[in-house]
Design a protein around this ligand. Structure first.
Ligand code: NAD
Length: 249
């Protein structure tokens, strides 16, 4: 189904995991895709794979923790493809794993910068373009940990909760301008992000999902593409879990 033909999508963190799956699925639906990541080699490879399959993709290296680079990324997207219709603000890291009293000051600043400030920076510059166009759809990559807490990850949890509030606020602000903004909340998904966890912890995490396994990046991408598309024309300011039943318990 080439329902996104003629549209341009921007994906951050597109070199790996969920972002890569989102970029590939946007392309399958016919969209032109700007991929961005700090990992240039992997990111270029994904863009080349899309082009080799007959799609239209480019890669631009940007660190989403840097406002100026986010601004440049949005500018590059518009100059390469002529518009910015859809964005998936997905790049993120796991960050320090420590209980709150032991969490380092540097670790806190870093995770808030990469996982939360980044979403504000990207939104700010994406909205500038979409406001001029009078249309657009943005999906922010939150987490189940944007709704509930977990011991040992206060920075990550706070960044994801913050992102959900920002999503709701911006959605209210820009709904009259024809721009929809939603958040997606994956459960634990089998991507390289989980490499920071031991095999034993991974096994325990499976037990937290009633479906009895970790999620796949492609299963998250399906929801992102749906929210981005006109099929979701009445959906804004929403948080959608895609979590194998994690939050239902
Ligand atoms: P991943 O590690 O496979 O991919 C993340 C990508 O982001 C990598 O390619 C990395 O290079 C890039 N990145 C990291 N820091 C960056 C920066 N400063 N600027 C630009 N790019 C940067 O991880 P993933 O599992 O695909 O995670 C993607 C998003 O999904 C993250 O926001 C993560 O918090 C969220 N998420 C993941 C899970 C999970 O279980 N895997 C669950 C819920 C939410």
């Amino acid at each position: 189904d080439k329902d996104l033909q003629g549209k341009t999508a921007l994906v951050t963190g597109a070199a790996s995991g969920i972002g890569k799956a989102v970029a590939l699925l946007y392309a399958q639906h016919g969209a032109k895709v700007m991929l961005s990541d700090v990992d240039e080699a992997q990111g270029q490879q994904v863009a080349e794979a899309i082009n080799a399959a007959g799609g239209s993709a480019r890669f631009f290296k940007a660190d989403v923790g840097d406002a100026a680079q986010c601004q440049q990324l949005v500018q590059e997207t518009v100059s390469a493809f002529g518009s910015l219709d859809m964005a998936c603000n997905n790049a993120g890291i796991g960050g320090e794993l420590n209980m709150t009293a032991d969490y380092s000051l540097e670790g806190w600043q870093h995770i808030i910068n990469v996982n939360l400030n980044s979403v504000f920076y990207c939104l700010k510059y994406e909205l500038e373009v979409m406001l001029k166009q009078g249309a657009g759809s943005i999906v922010n990559m939150a987490s189940i940990l944007g709704q509930v807490g977990t011991p040992g990850s206060p920075g990550y949890v706070s960044a994801k909760h913050g992102m959900v509030g920002l999503t709701q606020t911006a959605a209210i602000e820009y709904a009259p301008a024809g721009i929809r903004i939603n958040a997606v909340g994956p459960g634990y998904i089998d991507t390289p992000l989980l490499n920071l966890l031991s095999a034993e912890v991974k096994q325990q995490l499976i037990g937290l999902h009633p479906i009895g396994r970790l999620g796949k990046a492609e299963e998250v991408a399906e929801l992102v593409i749906w929210l981005s598309s006109e099929k979701a024309s009445f959906v804004t300011g929403s948080y959608y879990p895609v979590d194998g039943g994690y939050l239902a318990k």
